[in-house]
Design a protein around this ligand. Structure first.
Ligand SMILES: [Ca+2]
Length: 306
């Protein structure tokens, strides 16, 4: 079977770890490259976290380290959510660097895209800094990008500011560049992330499935993206879920503008459902998710891991 080529841009991050696990062990996906970006914690820490995960799984996918800071904004990270390492809760062996390549993520993305025979789908599950730099520096890659399926944004309220979601709020200018790129974009944001939940019983099932489940279960004990009682939010896995199983989602194709000027609303994704902005649709927005089916899908997907 022909596998679908993808590149994941990530800032692991506990929910990133779950999303990457699913992608790496899915038989229909070919993860060509992994790139890291500053977000949940510093880019050095998230890169180390990603390398630890790959070693844990025995996967040799190449990793390229990306942007250290947002394009313009000065930001603090999300270590209050993910712990100071960004992936606290499991004792990984010491990090080693055999999967890390020398090129900067933006150069590695360019090379991978231009050298690929087929178009590649980009799956950013962190702030969009690397993708914005890529599109600005090497616009010739656009014709090699099949589509962008990203985790970020919200049609409603925020989890970073009143109206801004973390990944977009962390680097709004980067998001603006990506959303205005003319590329095919799907946004899986808080509207579905807040409903993509893992409860206590689910976590026990995941733990019992395999070694990856045990590791993820340990990370869940430190994850502050919700509680096991009220449900841990698997934000990043929603982008992978959309990639693999669109039927789980209710979507609308509409215009989304990124607020970069607002006094209180910088980083808001204005999902213009009623056409106030009088602009053409540019984004497929995931507005709802079938929660029970997502939960079943997540457990089945993680069961494919080692
Ligand atoms: Ca992330």
């Amino acid at each position: 079977m022909k596998k679908r080529p993808i590149i994941i841009d990530t800032d692991p991050g506990i929910d990133d770890a779950v999303a990457i696990a699913i992608a790496l062990f899915d038989e229909t996906l070919d993860v060509r490259l992994l790139t890291t970006v500053s977000g949940n914690v510093s880019v050095d820490k998230v890169t180390d976290n990603l390398l630890r995960l790959l070693k844990f799984w025995g996967k040799s996918v190449r990793v390229a380290k990306g942007a250290q800071k947002p394009l313009i904004q000065i930001r603090e990270d999300a270590s209050s959510v993910h712990g100071s390492s960004g992936m606290d809760g499991y004792e990984f062996p010491a990090v080693t660097y055999e999967n890390l390549i020398e090129e900067h993520a933006v150069v590695a993305l360019r090379n991978e895209l231009l050298e690929s025979k087929e178009k590649i789908t980009l799956v950013p599950i962190g702030p969009l800094t690397n993708i914005a730099l890529l599109l600005s520096t090497y616009p010739e890659v656009k014709e090699k990008i099949e589509e962008i399926i990203l985790m970020g944004g919200s049609a409603g309220r925020g989890n970073y500011g009143v109206l801004s979601e973390f990944n977009i709020g962390f680097d709004p200018e980067a998001a603006k560049i990506v959303f205005e790129s003319g590329l095919k974009i799907t946004m899986a944001g808080l509207d579905v992330g807040l409903k993509a939940l893992v409860y206590h019983e689910d976590s026990l099932e995941i733990k019992a499935q395999n070694k990856t489940g045990e590791m993820i279960y340990a990370l869940f004990q430190k994850y502050r993206g919700g509680s096991l009682k009220t449900g841990l939010k698997m934000y990043d896995s929603t982008a992978i879920a959309y990639l693999l199983n669109k039927d789980l989602f209710e979507t609308v194709y509409t215009h989304v503008s990124i607020e970069t000027e607002g006094t209180y609303t910088k980083g808001a994704t204005l999902v213009d459902l009623k056409g106030y902005l009088k602009k053409e649709p540019n984004v497929t927005v995931c507005l709802d998710i079938k929660q029970e089916e997502f939960s079943v899908w997540l457990k089945e997907a993680l069961a494919k891991c080692i």
